[in-house]
Write a protein that binds this ligand. Structure first.
Ligand code: SAH
Length: 384
């Protein structure tokens, strides 16, 4: 049997070569690329292609690399956790959230993960495999179909929470779109660099979906070679680092990857990143009860982040290029980590703020459907 092509795996240049190899004009690639990135489900929708070409594509290519297996809807805030199935039977999760500024999608870069962070449920079964560019893109493309339709694949209406007060991102027909992507689902994006980058280039290409580069955030556990490539390849996007500790001793106990790159090396890189790109750099800091939530940790972190010249001009605000996002831990009972009491989270945030560090505390969305950070892993996978 002939292998079916998945066109969303290809960057536009490769797609163009593919169409030429079919004996088609190169501009056909652009037409199809635009349709695919903007959510076409069928070849027949692509009305600017000849019937002959549509038939040829239908015989050799598939449109979607994922199918929707299930969607869990939070009764608290309308957050939706999508469970997708790959063509070889693996499960992939994405989380669709409504904010006042519009829709945001948290997407996965791998099936499983091999970074082994002790507190994270997503990596408990290790890595199954990297997701392909199409599988990363389809999380976005399929969810955006639902957003545009105002209903999910099971006919349930979207946007009922009223959380989106104004929608900045609409298409030509005034229909809602997903304006923000955060790569904070399952997997380590920089452990699958090429495929993640092909996806990001495709989704931001003006010929395709044309999503703004600044609307994209990639989160990493600190693989510095990937961070360095990313700084050159996509300097307009936001980079976020899961730091979670102010020193190597605590960090290495939480994250085995810490042995590769120490906290000081990571902060030096972040400073360089902010200087080179002119973008603010975000540190994620998950607070775990009794592990890294002491005020001494806050002080140690503030010392680390203090700007290089702050001693020269004492009293000036520290580290304007840095932002700390506190995540009260999401309890994953099997792993034995718990969130600190609320008061300690507040005290930690206030200590950082008093030291001049821009600090926010992440709101938890979808807590009733285990959609929060580090909780993504399908119940189906748990039975493996
Ligand atoms: N591998 C990337 C992308 C995963 S993003 C990274 O490490 O950044 C998921 C975020 O949730 C990371 O910051 C991760 O450290 C955090 N996380 C994982 N498990 C968590 C938990 N139980 N509680 C709070 N945050 C958690």
């Amino acid at each position: 049997m002939e292998k079916l092509e998945i066109l969303k795996d290809k960057p536009l240049e490769e797609l163009t070569e593919f169409f030429v190899s079919l004996g088609e004009k190169p501009y056909r690639a652009k037409q199809v690329f635009k349709w695919l990135m903007n959510g076409a489900r069928t070849w027949d929708e692509m009305t600017d292609l000849s019937l002959g070409l549509r038939a040829k594509l239908a015989g050799t290519c598939v449109i979607d690399s994922l199918s929707v297996a299930d969607i869990a809807v939070s009764e608290i805030d309308g957050t939706r956790k999508y469970l997708f199935e790959t063509r070889d039977g693996l499960y992939v999760e994405a989380v669709l959230m409504e904010y006042y500024y519009g829709w945001s999608l948290c997407i996965s870069s791998q099936a499983g993960c091999r970074m082994g962070c002790r507190f994270c449920a997503s990596g408990r079964h290790g890595l199954q495999r990297n997701l392909t560019p199409a599988e990363i893109a389809d999380q976005y493309i399929i969810c955006e179909r639902d957003v545009r339709n105002g209903a999910d694949a099971f006919g349930r209406p979207l946007g009922e929470s009223g959380r989106v007060r104004y929608v900045k991102h609409t298409d030509d027909e005034g229909k809602s779109r997903i304006g923000h992507i955060v790569m904070m689902g399952v997997g380590e994006p920089f452990d699958n660099y090429e495929n993640v980058m092909t996806f990001l280039k495709n989704i931001t290409a003006p010929e395709g979906r044309n999503l703004g580069r600044r609307q994209i955030t990639v989160s990493t556990c600190g693989l510095t070679s990937g961070m360095r490539r990313f700084m050159t390849d996509l300097p307009q996007a936001n980079l976020s680092l899961s730091l979670h500790a102010p020193n190597d001793e605590i960090r290495n106990a939480l994250m085995p990857v810490g042995a590769r790159h120490g906290v000081r090396e990571l902060i030096a890189f972040a400073r360089e990143y902010a200087r080179v790109t002119g973008r603010r750099f975000t540190f994620e800091y998950a607070l775990f009860d009794g592990v890294n939530d002491d005020l001494r940790c806050a002080d140690e972190l503030a010392d680390l982040l203090a700007s290089e010249d702050s001693s020269a001009n004492a009293g000036s605000s520290a580290a304007p290029e840095f932002h700390v996002n506190l995540i009260p831990a999401n309890a994953v009972p099997e792993l034995g980590y718990a969130p600190p009491p609320r008061a300690r989270v507040t005290a930690f945030a206030e200590r950082l703020l008093s030291r001049g560090i821009r600090t926010t505390t992440r709101r938890e969305l979808g807590s009733d459907i285990a959609a929060a950070c580090g909780q993504l892993r399908s119940e189906k996978m748990e039975t493996f």
